[in-house]
Design a protein around this ligand. Structure first.
Ligand code: AMP
Ligand code: MG
Length: 625
């Protein structure tokens, strides 16, 4: 096994400024859905909890709930902790739809017992009902640039997988905030209402924007359970779901343990179970856009390194998926705040929402994490931070991506390990795969981020020259004028530009900036001139109609900002039985392109949430959740 340190990759630091009708008759309640568990079938359990029945044995409670290091195994069987009282706060309608569950689940007692974890503590127990036994995954991770050793689901239990609404994929359902596990380290296994509401809303909101993300189904509050954070805060359990919860940190675990067989089992599982098989991985690689193929042809020395192996392609798929997600984050100003390897999904999903934010004003140095003093996870550094993690994954998989097809098929490699004479070759080849990945990552992020920004401006085409001519000046202007980042695109979308002259541009700049300061107005005026010129070059027949057709599909009219979360969370703290503000936020955040679905209530609040205010913008959060 090549241990950390045996490979020295240059540190890659990129600095980018960078309903359908539902078929109710076929819907099955969560209680009755067929429930599977693939992860626990594919991987060995914690050797101290070898059987699910141990988790149900009250005399073994400490073994499954006290923090400890696992000697082996990928997970530990563990039940949610019993709490005094549970209350269903909210259920996501879009999530119910996508899981093929009926809306009536909100009033279904067994649904409530599952998403609160009670089904695992009270009669009739989940065991009697033959639900699979919950388990927590073990992983490791690099946090803020240092290796942190064993991590894992410290306050999460995975329940089971169910098929989605049209049986095209399965989702693994888990409870977050359900109590301690062997991976809780020094923490309490709890999640507070504040962070649960934040996570629930942002997951469903990113999904509504079309950004790959883990999802949230429901929040159950625990009126008698408290946790010490900023103060004593009330706790909650969030039901989350995703096709897979495997992260780069899962790979980090096997490198740390020096478990080369485990690394291969994990990689094989990701290929077969998460990515849908070797053929799907190969097809995805071959179906990338022509420029991607061109880069691969130019950069990959096939004569020297041979053809790609399935592990090379799997690694590159993880890189591509993450690159695509990052480009969307950048275009919408979303920041995760803690992009450690344990928070980087192999599916490229946005995952583990703590001190995230949607940037109110364009500032490349903005970090949403108040503890991120080096700006490691700032807007500017986000693509670099994700690739930094992907480089760690390349190192984790160094043997597999270094070996290439010939060595991979050698029984000695599989059974015994690396022959001395293979070492150089493996290191050189693994480095070449990671270097190729770096070039592809940068290409995808630059291009897809650029394309999406252009769409937000109502332009369907994107040329390399647009970066310098239009997009750099755009970012520069937004930073200087301090306009609201998202609302700017919406305002521009609504403006009349047909046959606009210099005077018209001046008054548009005045109305968008609402500023008396000449230099601010001039900044926008200058940029609008460039923009109008670019529109003319594009040659629209009906410029405003065509622009709007493109941009309205990608410009949300509403995004949940941190100050709005604060307001909703405060309302819930003031009166936990009143979830009207949360429901209002859901309507707006889950239907960001469609104000007709925002409801007739709380119209003043709606107007306020659409407005901007300097006093509350660019709020940061701490990691405390
Ligand atoms: P995060 O930064 O939220 O991704 O968490 C990093 C690690 O700490 C993960 O292994 C989490 O499961 C764990 N963790 C975070 N908060 C808690 C908590 N309150 N109780 C137990 N484990 C936690
Ligand atoms: Mg995490």
């Amino acid at each position: 096994m090549l241990r950390s340190g045996s490979l020295h990759f240059k540190r890659f630091t990129f600095t980018f400024l960078v309903a359908s009708r539902r078929n109710y008759s076929s819907m099955i309640r969560l209680a009755e859905k067929s429930k599977t568990q693939s992860f626990t079938k594919a991987f060995p359990p914690d050797e101290r909890v070898p059987e699910p029945s141990i988790a149900w044995d009250e005399t073994k409670w400490d073994l499954t709930h006290k923090p400890r290091q696992l000697k082996s195994g990928a997970f530990s069987w563990v039940l949610p902790e019993k709490r005094d009282q549970y209350k269903l706060l909210t259920v996501s309608r879009p999530a119910l739809n996508d899981l093929g569950l009926p809306d009536s689940e909100e009033h279904d007692n067994e649904f409530f017992r599952i998403v609160s974890g009670q089904a695992y503590n009270d009669n009739p127990t989940a065991q009697e009902r033959e639900y699979p036994t919950p388990y927590s995954q073990c992983y490791a991770g690099w946090q803020f640039g240092s290796f942190a050793g064993q991590l894992g689901d410290g306050r999460v239990v995975n329940l089971f997988e169910i098929d989605n609404h049209d049986n095209t994929s399965k989702y693994e359902i888990q409870l977050k905030g359900s109590g301690k596990t062997p991976f809780s380290r020094f923490a309490d296994g709890k999640a507070v209402v504040r962070s649960s509401v934040r996570e629930y809303v942002i997951s469903e909101s990113l999904h509504a924007l079309g950004i790959p993300t883990t999802r949230a189904l429901a929040i159950v509050t625990l009126p008698h359970t408290w946790a010490q954070r900023y103060a004593a805060e009330n706790c909650a359990i969030t039901t989350r779901f995703a096709p897979s919860w495997i992260r780069i940190g899962t790979f980090d675990l096997y490198r740390w343990r020096g478990d080369r067989k485990g690394m291969r089992t994990l990689s094989d599982f990701v290929i077969s179970d998460v990515f849908g098989g070797k053929e799907a991985v190969l097809n995805n690689f071959n179906n990338q856009e022509p420029e991607f193929a061109k880069i691969v042809k130019e950069e990959w020395d096939e004569e020297k390194f041979g053809e790609f192996s399935i592990y090379d392609l799997m690694y590159l798929e993880i890189v591509v998926r993450n690159a695509k997600t990052v480009s969307q984050w950048q275009a919408y100003g979303f920041l995760n705040g803690v992009l450690n390897t344990d928070n980087t999904s192999v599916l490229g999903l946005s995952i583990d929402f703590g001190p995230f934010a949607i940037m109110d004003k364009f500032d490349p140095d903005f970090t949403s994490n108040s503890e991120d003093h080096t700006l490691r996870y700032s807007h500017r550094n986000t693509p670099g931070a994700v690739f930094w993690s992907l480089t760690r994954l390349g190192e984790d998989m160094a043997e597999l991506i270094g070996a290439g097809p010939t060595i991979l098929s050698d029984p000695h490699f599989t059974e015994e390990g690396i022959k001395k004479e293979w070492e150089n070759q493996i290191v050189t080849r693994a480095t070449a795969v990671i270097e190729l990945a770096a070039i592809l990552f940068e290409h995808i992020v630059t291009k897809e981020y650029g394309q999406l920004l252009m769409k937000r401006l109502g332009l369907s085409s994107y040329e390399e020259a647009d970066e310098q001519l239009l997009l750099d000046p755009l970012r520069d202007m937004l930073q200087k004028t301090k306009l609201d980042y998202n609302n700017f695109f919406v305002q521009l979308q609504e403006a009349y530009l047909k046959e606009i002259d210099n005077e018209g541009i001046r008054s548009l700049a005045e109305s968008i900036t609402k500023s008396n300061e000449d230099n601010i107005v001039e900044e926008l005026e200058k940029w609008l001139q460039i923009y109008v010129e670019r529109l003319n070059k594009h040659g629209y027949e009906d410029v405003d109609l065509e622009r709007r057709n493109i941009s309205s599909k990608v410009n949300p009219l509403f995004l949940p900002r941190n100050w709005i979360f604060d307001e909703v969370i405060q309302k819930l703290a003031d009166d936990p039985s009143d979830n009207r503000y949360l429901k209002k936020l859901e309507k707006m955040a889950f239907n960001p392109f469609d104000p007709l679905r925002w409801g007739h209530d709380l119209k003043d609040t709606e107007a306020k949430w659409l407005s901007t205010s300097d006093q509350v913008s660019m709020l940061q959060c701490s990691c405390s959740s």
